[in-house]
Ligand binder design. Structure first.
Ligand code: ADP
Ligand code: MG
Length: 683
């Protein structure tokens, strides 16, 4: 039997089981042995019948005392068997399994696992799992694996299949991890790991097995990413900086930088001074003032004769950046240009020309910045804002537009540390860990639709005080199957019935760019009181006078999105509020909303998000384009991740392409793994 054989070669897997397994994504023998258990049950310890715990699941070893009896009660067939272990008796009961009568052999010893009850003073165990007692049984008397299976397939069946597959290929489970890594990280060998992850000999064996497999999965992922990215920090930079004086800009900003901002700027300048290409991620919660930090760096590069580019994920945000940055930069004599796909042909051509000639020094835009037609003059710095909205590839493409420009990446979605390590494993990380002074905590409440009236009254009160409000709806078109309020219908209702005396407008993704701009600038000027919006305003938007954020159908948003949306308020000196409206009752939704009410800390929220959604989902919805993990848990395995990352980096440094003999097997393994998945990975 070979690892790549189709699973029907495995003993006891016929066509119908093969089909069921295929549906679970298991096609080959290798898929099956790498179909790791979801959890385990410890059935390794036996209880004697006189010590049995009533109301709980017990493991016990007993003989069948007499021939089982079968009887009928209405539509049920009931088989009962008296079991005895020397310390006492218990009755085994099976419903609608008439064959049990002939399966259980009197006098023979079995191991049983099941919930024990007491009925009419007698002990009873209903539908227990059982197996003839033997030293190496699969389903009882040991730590047994529990797999995710479709309802038609029993745990016993899949356990048997996995066992047969492992036995069939045992000699093929070869080691591919280089010897020195195994030694250095004190990892067990692969065949031991595979055996013990499914059928652990002991707790300790399980932990060793799991650690090895998690390490292996993360090491290969890291290595693959490093190879794709093709660079580890430390490349020599040809960009020369002579003048570090940013004081004219700092004076023009209109506020004092926070200590946290200053620290990060210090780190950026350090990067410039040490002569290597900067490759840095700035994490800072919403509203922490990342833009000012980026502007300071851009200012220095520009003053030294280079161009700087800032790429944002949405038109709305690019326009906002352009407006704010150019207002300050132009006053300091720096020429700015905007480039988005929404520009008219002529405007675009003008922008291209200005950029190519180097007349534009600070260039701000969207994805349009990485189009082929754009040629830069003397690109020294590329900044991506809200990086989590882009793929890794786009960051690279932008950097490739210049000759090793410095790269600065900013993100507000505080990516959990584990994820940051994977996604930005090749970057240095700076954190802006404080908000500008004077910010008040945003009070957050979760309410259901019964509160609508009070909510509307509250909005009116805030607006009477001179504030503005956002109301977020998850969708833009009426969807009559669900009860989602459409932005359009809802806006009408608000305009005509609820807030007839207020200025209500809406903004959504299907609108033309100019219309969006128009609405945003009216809102910024305070000429709109209530802005009904979809998530087009999720990231970046900065209107300090807005103090109320209402999120309808809040259960439809992930935690990170909710946090981003909430970050649109609380940007000025006024007290701000976020109200999450939801009728959802399911546990995850409720917990999500509770988390939002409890904390304003983006890092806490993102960790919780990852925990609630699971890493697969986290990757999936955020479209990071990374494969789903088979065994590693990105929430819990941070320590192993760090080790794997160190190993990957040193491996990459010594043998980038894995050409050395001792690394060949690993190379093959990585390419097999990602070749199959490469179509799914959109890096
Ligand atoms: P984010 O980190 O979410 O991108 P911004 O850069 O948009 O945050 O900044 C949020 C708001 O805080 C902006 O209005 C900005 O002008 C203001 N701001 C930034 N830094 C400071 C500071 N040090 N003191 C006061 N206000 C600041
Ligand atoms: Mg921002």
């Amino acid at each position: 039997m070979e690892l790549q054989d189709s699973i029907d070669v495995v003993k006891n897997i016929g066509l119908s089981r093969a089909k069921q397994l295929n549906k679970m994504g298991i096609a080959t023998v290798e898929d099956l042995i790498e179909y790791f258990p979801r959890s385990y049950e410890d059935r390794s310890r036996f209880t004697s019948i006189d010590n049995i715990n009533i109301g709980e699941v017990n493991n016990f070893k007993a003989k069948v005392f007499a021939k089982p009896e079968s009887m009928r009660a209405r539509a049920l067939t009931i088989v009962k068997a008296r079991l005895y272990d020397g310390s006492g008796y218990i009755e085994g009961v099976w419903y609608n399994q008439p064959y049990m009568k002939n399966v259980l052999i009197p006098g023979k010893e079995y191991v049983f696992t099941g919930k024990v009850t007491e009925k009419f003073g007698r002990l009873q165990v209903e539908n227990p799992d059982f197996e003839p007692f033997s030293q190496n049984s699969l389903n009882t008397g040991r730590i047994v694996p529990v797999y995710t299976v479709p309802s038609k397939m029993s745990q016993k069946t899949i356990r048997g299949c996995v066992k047969n597959a492992i036995d069939g290929v045992c000699r093929e489970i070869n080691e591919f991890m280089p010897e020195n890594i195994l030694k250095e990280r004190r990892l067990c060998c692969r065949s031991y790991a595979v055996n013990n992850i499914h059928f652990p000999e002991s707790d300790d064996a399980f932990f060793r097995a799991r650690r090895r497999l998690v390490f292996e999965e993360l090491l290969m992922l890291q290595m693959h990413l490093l190879q794709l990215k093709g660079n580890v920090t430390g490349k020599k930079s040809s960009i020369g900086i002579k003048d570090y004086d940013a004081s004219p800009l700092l004076a023009a900003l209109g506020f004092e930088l926070t200590k946290a901002q200053e620290n990060v700027i210090g780190e950026l300048f350090c990067d410039l001074r040490n002569g290597t290409v900067m490759n840095r991620l700035i994490q800072g919660d919403v509203g922490s003032g990342k833009t000012a930090v980026a502007m300071t760096l851009a200012y220095v590069l520009i003053k030294n004769g280079y161009q700087a580019v800032l790429m944002a994920p949405t038109d709305v945000l690019a326009n906002q950046h352009y407006k704010n940055i150019s207002r300050i930069f132009e006053a300091l004599g720096i020429k700015c240009a905007l480039l988005t796909s929404a520009l008219k042909r002529r405007e675009k051509n003008d922008a291209y020309e200005n950029i190519a000639k180097g007349e534009a020094q600070m260039i701000i835009g969207t994805h349009a910045l990485i189009q082929e037609a754009v040629a830069y003059h003397n690109l020294g710095l590329v900044i991506t804002d809200e990086q989590h909205r882009f793929g890794v590839r786009q960051r690279e493409e932008l950097a490739m537009k210049g000759k090793d420009p410095h790269v600065l990446v900013m993100t507000a979605t505080p990516i959990p540390r584990t994820l940051a390590l994977i996604l930005y494993g090749d970057m240095d990380i700076s954190i802006i860990d404080a908000l500008p002074p004077g910010r008040k905590k945003i009070d957050t409440f979760a309410v259901d639709h019964n509160y609508s009236k009070r909510l509307y009254a509250f909005v009116k009160k805030e607006i009477a005080k001179g504030r503005q409000a956002y109301i977020i709806c998850p969708m833009i078109e009426e969807d009559d199957k669900s009860e989602l309020k459409s932005v359009l219908a809802y806006t009408c209702e608000l305009k005509e019935k609820i807030f007839p005396e207020l200025r209500v407008e809406c903004i959504h993704g299907k609108m033309k760019n100019e219309e969006k701009q128009e609405i945003m600038s009216l809102f910024e000027k305070g000429n709109i009181d209530v802005l009904v919006a979809t998530t087009v305003i999720e990231v970046g938007i900065d209107v300090p006078n807005a103090s109320v954020m209402i999120i309808e159908n809040a259960e439809r948003f992930g935690l990170s999105a909710l946090h981003q949306l909430r970050g649109r308020v609380g940007r000025g000196s006024e007290k701000s509020y976020c109200i999450l409206v939801s009728d959802a009752k399911n546990k995850t939704s409720v917990e999500r909303l509770k988390t939002m009410c409890r904390t304003n800390d983006g890092f806490v929220i993102s960790e919780k998000d990852l925990e609630l959604r699971g890493p697969g989902d986290f990757f999936g919805t955020r479209q990071h384009g990374l494969p789903e993990m088979k065994i590693a848990n990105l929430y819990k395995d941070i320590d192993i991740l760090k080790e794997a990352q160190q190993s990957a980096i040193s491996l990459y440094k010594t043998d980038e392409k894995l050409k050395k003999t001792e690394n060949k097997l690993l190379k093959i393994r990585i390419s097999q793994l990602f070749e199959r998945k490469i179509k799914k990975i959109c890096l």
